[in-house]
Design a protein around this ligand. Structure first.
Ligand SMILES: Cc1cc2nc3c(=O)[nH]c(=O)nc-3n(C[C@H](O)[C@H](O)[C@H](O)COP(=O)(O)O)c2cc1C
Length: 319
């Protein structure tokens, strides 16, 4: 996979499922990350070809839940992001999916307590030997690209040292979220500390943090020197951020998202969560739309609320 000069959809739990990834790609995202999936959970899944939808599904044995769904259209740009704290488990999980995706990424930035307490996410920032073990194990045993996504460490010097060690493990690219573990999303991303990493490494660096408009892509590239840019909230709030011609109205994007969720039979919990995140940004969950989304139990309920009954009937009858 080529990581030079790319616009990248960031990994986002509950948001980054197939419909949102396809939507972002339609508007211009070159690389689209899936939501983080924990290795333990993925190892309970089996790969199934879904002929009705034309997708490849990874289904949890026992519950029947679709944990990861992809399709051939996104094969060359989809990055499967994993949460792990162990190289053997990481490899076993990656081997299940590696033929269906363009790259495997390890999350080393999640500051949530469930990640840290499991030794995953940002806990890996203080375990360079383990990080080296995980990344070299994946690199040696997989054909596709292996990457990781980090946060800033407690000083720029330490981030650069850590990033250098990651580079030595042979990864294809490194995404750097310009915040420290203790920072909140409202704290400004420190682009200048991403710049320090870019100047110390030879592999492509993907700069991440506080890109909310198309013109910010060029701005963060010129401040950091990074070749590629990753965007999370800016895309969640309006996936057409990737359009060079400018954003489309949010209401239109939301409707298109709902239609794609119908088409790809997206999990209702993820669909609701993504819609709620959008609504919270533009409005309030206490208003009519927020309440209707909250009380929806199925994709059919959401289709009904958004006036997409006809489309829902058309799609489901043809399956
Ligand atoms: C709803 C949401 C879910 C996220 N889930 C993940 C995730 O699964 N894996 C990950 O590495 N980062 C995750 N992040 C962090 C983003 O990928 C990104 O690093 C962070 O939001 C900073 O980018 P931004 O300023 O463009 O939002 C998530 C962020 C948001 C807003």
């Amino acid at each position: 996979m080529d990581y030079e000069n790319k616009l990248v959809l960031a990994p986002m739990v509950r948001v980054g499922t197939l419909p949102f990834r396809l939507l972002s790609a339609e508007y211009g995202a070159d690389i689209t990350y899936g939501e983080e999936i924990i290795d333990h959970k993925f190892l309970k899944c089996e790969r199934r070809v879904n002929d009705f939808l034309g997708t490849t599904d990874f289904v949890e044995k026992g519950t029947g839940d679709v944990v990861f769904r992809t399709c051939p259209e996104e094969r060359n740009r989809i990055v499967f992001q994993m949460g792990t704290s162990d190289s053997v488990r990481a490899l076993a999980a990656a081997e299940l999916v590696s033929k269906d995706v363009a790259a495997i990424d390890i999350n080393m930035g999640c500051p949530k307590s469930f990640s840290i307490s499991g030794g995953m996410g940002a806990a890996l920032l203080s375990k360079p030997e383990l990080v080296h073990d995980i990344l070299t194990t994946l690199r040696r045993n997989l054909d596709g690209a292996v990457t990781c996504k980090i946060r800033l460490l407690n000083s720029s010097h330490n981030t650069v040292e850590f990033a250098r060690r990651i580079e030595m493990s042979g990864v294809s690219a490194l995404a750097v979220h310009g915040r420290r573990i203790k920072d909140r999303p409202r704290d400004p991303a420190m682009w200048c500390e991403i710049a320090d990493v870019v100047s110390a490494l030879s592999i492509p660096v993907i700069a991440n943090g506080d890109v909310f408009d198309y013109k910010h892509f060029e701005r963060i590239k010129s401040v950091t020197g990074a070749t590629s840019v990753m965007v999370a909230r800016g895309a969640l709030w309006n996936a057409s951020i990737f359009r060079a011609e400018g954003k489309l109205p949010w209401e239109d994007i939301k409707r298109e998202y709902v239609r794609k969720c119908i088409l790809w039979d997206n999990d209702v919990k993820s669909t609701k969560q993504t819609l709620k995140e959008m609504i919270m940004h533009y409005s309030c969950l206490e208003f009519e739309e927020g309440k209707a989304v909250t009380k929806s139990k199925t994709i059919a309920d959401l289709a009904n609320f958004y006036g997409e009954d006809g489309y829902y009937q058309l799609v489901t009858k043809s399956r």
